[in-house]
Ligand binder design. Structure first.
Ligand SMILES: Cc1ncc(COP(=O)(O)O)c(C=O)c1O
Length: 394
């Protein structure tokens, strides 16, 4: 009834594609051996290093989604029978662990909560007990899109250092890259796995694996890589070798346009924009939560991510609310998945997202509460506008 106009895609991926990105990819196929695609491919590889914040590492581009990049990361660094520890804080690190199990890796899950970040002290105890250094890698998601948590990667790095453990630190940044601060070099992350369709504002279909010096050393003995996933094979001179076959031309042109937008705005400014919009969104939800029908999923405010916000909806009305604002207002948010499936909603605020999209989404949610007779505390929209007002004050 009120949805004809600009649709707000506020799910935690895929995200809104900027017009510049759509324009850049709308072009015919061209020569893959020479010319514009070779330059574009080279510049994308270089600029992705800036996005991952690595100087000594190399970024590999896979024609895949994040799941495919998970496999490539495992395959190039580990061997059948190796043991890894998964830091559980929701859904995606566990899923990565399942992918590793499928490749013959021995996976141990360090249990966590769906409502809190992984506990570095639990990892400290586990690593201290691993006297024979049987653990070859730690798998963790910086942001888990299912729980809405942000895990403290520097704290995990400190635990590895203080226990003197040599395990590789492997971080899933699929939902955090180009949204929140991630410092691969300074935090000494050995492997980071990303994908195109969230913070990078590019259509799904590109997976990224950033690998540091220690990961490249591990690659020498790893026996799970395939001819297609192998990093060695992808370091060849000829450009198409970088992709293990034909380069995804249109997706690379799209990525190039997206990288130009991010670098023009400035990566720190992009992080700041996400932080302010995330804060505004949480301010509204915290105000609404005082009356009880909605509640933020992550209990500790400092562990709530600036890329996706998950909230619980009482009385099983999450699906109804989601459908109502989609059908009547043109706002799409996600339903919760995994252990909290259907109990709440997930709002993705990644990439090409601005103040009107956040305030518009919040206002439609409040309209949905009203339409469904749900209880909510006063002042939610005011609180969000206050955060944005304070941020744009001159
Ligand atoms: C944190 C995280 N890791 C990995 C994935 C998997 O990525 P893909 O859906 O591109 O395979 C997702 C997807 O939502 C995600 O949010």
């Amino acid at each position: 009834m009120l949805k004809n106009g600009m649709n707000f895609l506020m799910i935690p991926g895929p995200t809104t594609l900027p017009a510049e990105v759509l324009r850049a990819m709308h072009r015919p196929a061209i020569d893959i051996y020479d010319g514009p695609i070779v330059q574009t491919s080279a510049s994308c590889h270089d600029d992705l290093k800036q996005i991952f914040r690595t100087r000594s590492g190399h970024v590999y581009i896979y024609v895949s989604n994040g799941h495919g990049a998970w496999d490539a990361a495992i395959g190039n660094t580990l061997s059948r029978g190796d043991k890894v520890v998964v830091l559980d804080a929701g859904h995606f690190a566990r899923e990565w662990g399942l992918a590793a199990t499928g490749m013959g890796i021995e996976v141990e899950v360090l249990p966590g909560s769906w409502r809190a970040a992984t506990d570095p002290q639990a990892l400290r105890a586990r690593l201290s007990a691993d006297r024979d250094s049987t653990i070859k890698a730690i798998l963790v998601a910086q942001v888990d899109t299912a729980s809405g948590v942000v895990n403290d990667i520097p704290a995990i790095r400190r635990v590895l250092d203080e226990t003197g453990h040599e395990a590789l630190l492997m971080v899933d940044v699929v939902a955090s890259l180009a949204c929140i601060p991630f410092e691969m070099e300074d935090w000494r992350v050995d492997v980071a796995v990303g994908a195109a369709q969230k913070g990078l504002m590019t259509p799904a279909g590109l997976g990224f694996v950033a690998a540091g010096p220690k990961a490249h050393a591990a690659a020498k003995r790893a026996n799970l890589k395939t001819r297609y996933t192998s990093w060695e094979g992808r370091r060849g001179e000829a450009d198409y070798l970088k992709y293990g076959g034909t380069p995804p031309e249109q997706l690379l042109f799209a990525l190039r346009a997206a990288l130009d937008m991010i670098l023009e705005e400035g990566l720190e400014q992009v992080w700041r924009r996400h932080a302010i919009l995330g804060q505004a969104l949480r301010a509204a939800l915290s105000a609404w939560a005082t009356a009880g029908d909605v509640e933020l999923n992550i209990l500790e405010p400092s562990q709530r991510s600036d890329a996706v916000t998950v909230f619980l909806v009482r009385d099983g009305r999450a699906r109804q609310l989601r459908e109502l604002i989609a059908q009547s207002c043109g706002v799409n948010v996600g339903l919760t998945i995994g252990d909290i499936a259907g109990n709440g909603l997930r709002i993705g605020h990644m990439g090409h997202v601005n103040a009107p999209m956040i305030l518009g989404t919040l206002a439609c949610l409040q309209a949905g509460f009203t339409a469904l007779g749900m209880r909510f505390g006063p002042g939610g929209l005011d609180a969000a506008a206050q955060v944005i007002g304070d941020a744009i004050k001159r």
